[in-house]
Design a protein around this ligand. Structure first.
Ligand code: LLP
Length: 432
């Protein structure tokens, strides 16, 4: 991303104003080179680790055919949480063996789909999940490779809704009430159809520090040692989940991917030795946000300007909480730019609001920026993760189209629904 001599925002060599003209707004723009380089940072960091390592792209951050294919070509495995995410990855050409299936509620059909496609890793989240998987795998004559998801009681410093390893949390088996050990024994007793590979723990998302990963590594190695002593089985895989943060504003200062990976690797080495393992387990990550987050920009057109003197200056954009629910959900803060005059100095404070019919439909509550004019294109930066994937059709707004840009070329990767598409799933009962 950069700025052209004429002050226009450039993404992947494409002029953002031209993209808005060609594809309409709101528009999700994804920078291919940035996604590739984010993936490569993992692969390069892995080469320096003393143990085998893998990264599963958490496709909930953004799931579509093009992104799945792209990250797969960069050596990523893929984390899926639904039939839809698995199907997307498989249709993009990602082999089942490279997939992991997650979720605190996997349906019978989803588990069957995973078994039929030889999904490489199933992350078991609870006793019902394990019981059902054993039943299905046994009946199908398959052997499922699993990790057990743990809830070790780690408090990552992030928004409450995206913390996932605290004690009061719906995910995983607790380490403190015997549940995790009971699950281990249950898996080991089903060796005809279950292969227990290791343990999983995802501590949360948008994390800017290394210490919670070290705590997770320590807990997992301690538990591996306990399992080894109690059962004679020594688990070979530790999955530390995702969570690496990205910068939404200049105040955010995420640690480089390579540094996070190196620290996690060192933590596993230390924890393995502290707890008496005589080998280094394979280390796995599930990054979503840090793969696609900073590669995405959303373009909007300014549609209305309403100054309420002494109160607030509202500027309405042609999207809103339907294409970006993160502000309403988490109070997220974004950096807006005016795409045709990025270098202009700020001259006031504006509330960038969307077009949905509720007052909570805000994109940037207090943007300090040059006055946006009706007709201009506003770009919201760092919108590649959890935007398209969390979009809704509220107010029957058409979801934005998405383009993938590289070397001055844009390719459509998700089309904007037409009005007919919007009603395509409606059915009008004949007796109405
Ligand atoms: N692995 C598991 C088991 C997860 O639950 C998640 C995210 C990830 C990996 C990927 O985490 P990441 O690297 O993207 O931080 N909608 C929220 C984020 C929810 C994250 C859910 N789980 C947001 O927009 O901030």
């Amino acid at each position: 991303m950069g700025v052209a001599d004429n002050g226009h925002l450039m993404i992947g060599g494409c002029d953002a104003v031209e993209l808005a003209k060609t594809y309409g707004t709101p528009l999700y723009v994804m920078d291919e080179a940035r996604i590739r380089s984010n993936c490569r940072q993992f692969q390069l960091a892995f080469k320096e680790l003393p143990m085998p390592a893998r990264a599963y792209y958490a496709s909930k951050a953004q799931s579509n055919l093009a992104i799945a294919r792209l990250v797969y070509t960069e050596g990523m495995y893929m984390d899926c949480v639904s039939a839809g995410e698995m199907y997307t990855a498989l249709q993009a050409g990602v082999p089942g063996q490279r997939l992991a299936l997650h979720g605190n509620l996997k349906t019978r059909d989803e588990l069957m789909m995973a078994l039929e496609n030889d999904v490489g890793q199933i992350i078991v989240d609870g006793f019902d999940d394990l019981t059902l998987l054993i039943e299905l795998a046994r009946a199908a004559g398959k052997k499922a490779s699993i990790l057990l998801r743990l809830r070790p009681g780690i408090d990552a410093h992030t928004h409450q809704s995206i913390q996932t390893a605290t004690l009061d949390c719906k995910f995983g088996f607790s380490l403190y009430d015997g549940a995790a050990m009971k699950a281990v024994r249950m898996a080991l007793e089903a060796q005809d159809c279950i292969e227990l590979m290791g343990l999983h723990c995802h501590i949360g998302s948008q994390i800017f520090e290394t210490q919670p990963y070290a705590l997770a590594a320590d807990s997992m190695c301690e538990f591996i040692a306990q399992i080894g002593r109690d059962t004679g089985t020594w688990l070979k895989t530790i999955n530390l989940g995702g969570g690496f943060g990205v910068a939404y504003t200049p105040q955010d200062d995420p640690l480089p991917i390579a540094y996070m990976v190196r620290c996690a690797g060192e933590a596993v080495v230390q924890a393995a030795s502290k707890h008496g393992l005589d080998y280094l387990p394979q280390i796995e990550f599930e990054p979503g946000r840090c793969i696609v987050g900073d590669a995405g920009v959303t373009l909007y057109t300014v549609g209305a300007d309403k100054d309420v003197p002494g109160v607030r200056h509202y500027v309405a954009l042609d999207g809103g909480m339907a294409d970006n629910p993160r502000v309403a959900l988490y109070g997220s803060v974004y950096t807006p730019l005016i795409a045709n005059r990025v270098r202009d100095a700020a001259d006031g404070h504006y509330a960038l609001v969307g077009r949905c019919c509720e007052s909570g439909d805000v994109l940037v509550k207090d943007a300090c920026m040059p006055a946006p004019k009706v007709g201009e294109v506003v770009a919201l930066m760092t919108t590649g993760a959890y935007h398209a994937s969390m979009a809704s059709q509220y107010n029957r707004l058409a979801n934005p189209a998405a383009v993938l840009v590289k070397d001055g070329k844009a390719r459509l990767i998700s089309k904007r629904p037409t009005l007919d598409d919007i009603i395509a799933y409606d059915r009008l009962p004949e007796d109405l």
